[in-house]
Design a protein around this ligand. Structure first.
Ligand SMILES: [Zn+2]
Length: 388
């Protein structure tokens, strides 16, 4: 009888689903999943039962904290009350983010978007976001007078739990953002790199909830700059105004690149400033190239969780300084901000995204840019090495 009842309920739900909107269907799926009907012997082929049960914020943070303890990361903690949930991952984990410093009307500082754990097998990245949150909330809350920050501390929780680069769907989230070259180029480039499953871009640009989390935060907050923390390449890559350009930089391009050099110097050259190419579906392409948002990819030197605290101690000062830095200081604006509706940007005839495949630049060029940019900067942004 129970089985017949389940079949009938399933049919009823599908019938109702045909007449209601997508959100309502997902609510029904949640109810169905939560009712326990999808958990046992019944109907493995039922598509509704393929939707994983959503993990509550409390249970999610408990699992995160367990993992932190396994790593001996005792100074950070996932607090479910601290974060907003944008959506859920393929495996039902909440996708967290939070804004900091927006409630102070006197705070005229730049808006920063900080992304960690885009690749799940790079745990020191996640450590950095939780330490940064701790720093601005508890250790030095006065720092929040000088900047605003939107932090997504574990962009790819499925990957974090499984220790994989990809998300729960087997997709590299940093190849899945809906860049304009995605349809034409993503699978070609993937094939050129021997179809490494770790870098699979998915079947469609922007198909993944973790990708949509990032595009949502960019759309909603229109950040002045973005810092995305990865490992283990050990450098600081830059995409944005002045990207791949070695001469005749306008002021904002100089400032954006100069910030990269500041981060390098303030981290005591722990992460060396480079200007590598970007890929179809990558954040550097979506935000830096297409939207001209200065985008800094911090590549920590290893993925070892035992090194995470040392990396944070080394990078902390450089990161906090970077968050205060005004790339757009009133004399120039980001063209992205002039067009509030992002969908209009794609149809704007004056908008010409550059070719996505560009050459690496020479390190000699970087030192020339450093000299040039350094001569035109305000005193407040001079390079100074931290004592702590
Ligand atoms: Zn990575």
């Amino acid at each position: 009888m129970k089985l017949i009842g389940s079949v009938f309920l399933s049919f009823l739900i599908l019938l109702i689903s045909a007449f209601v909107d997508k959100d309502a269907v997902s609510d029904i799926m949640d109810m169905r999943a939560e009712s326990g009907l999808c958990t046992s012997e019944m109907m493995p082929a039922d598509p509704i039962c393929d939707v994983p049960k959503r993990t509550s914020e409390e249970d999610f943070c408990n699992s995160v904290n367990q993992k932190f303890r396994n790593y001996s990361w005792y100074s950070i903690r996932c607090n479910p009350k601290r974060w907003n949930v944008y959506d859920h991952s393929n495996n039902g984990n909440p996708l967290f983010y939070q804004e900091f410093g927006f409630d102070d009307i006197n705070n005229k500082g730049p808006v920063n978007l900080i992304l960690c754990g885009v690749h799940g097998d790079e745990p020191p990245s996640i450590y950095m976001c939780f330490q940064l949150t701790r720093h601005i909330l508890f250790d030095k809350p006065e720092a929040l007078k000088n900047f605003k920050a939107v932090i997504a501390p574990i962009v790819n929780p499925d990957g974090f739990f499984a220790n994989t680069r990809q998300n729960g769907n087997g997709i590299d989230v940093n190849r899945n953002l809906p860049t304009e070259d995605w349809d034409a180029m993503s699978h070609k480039i993937w094939a050129r790199y021997k179809k490494d499953p770790r870098k699979y871009p998915g079947a469609r640009g922007g198909s993944e909830p973790e990708s949509r989390l990032q595009t949502y935060l960019i759309d909603r907050y229109k950040p002045d700059k973005i810092i995305s923390v990865h490992a283990p390449l050990g450098f600081l890559d830059y995409d944005g105004p002045g990207d791949q350009k070695n001469y005749n930089l306008i002021r904002v391009e100089q400032r954006a690149r100069y910030l990269g050099l500041n981060i390098e110097a303030n981290s005591k050259r722990f992460v060396k400033f480079v200007d590598y190419r970007f890929f179809p579906g990558s954040l550097g392409n979506y935000a830096g190239n297409e939207r001209e948002i200065p985008t800094y990819t911090v590549e920590l030197p290893t993925v070892r969780h035992t090194e995470a605290h040392r990396y944070w101690s080394t990078m902390r000062y450089a990161l906090i300084k970077a968050l205060k830095f005004q790339v757009y200081d009133g004399n120039e604006t980001n063209p992205f901000f002039e067009i509030q509706d992002i969908t209009q940007q794609a149809v704007n005839k004056d908008y010409h995204p550059r070719d996505s495949i560009l050459h690496d630049i020479d390190t000699d060029d970087i030192s020339r840019i450093m000299v040039k940019a350094g001569s035109d900067m305000d005193e407040e942004v001079h390079v100074d090495i931290a004592a702590d």
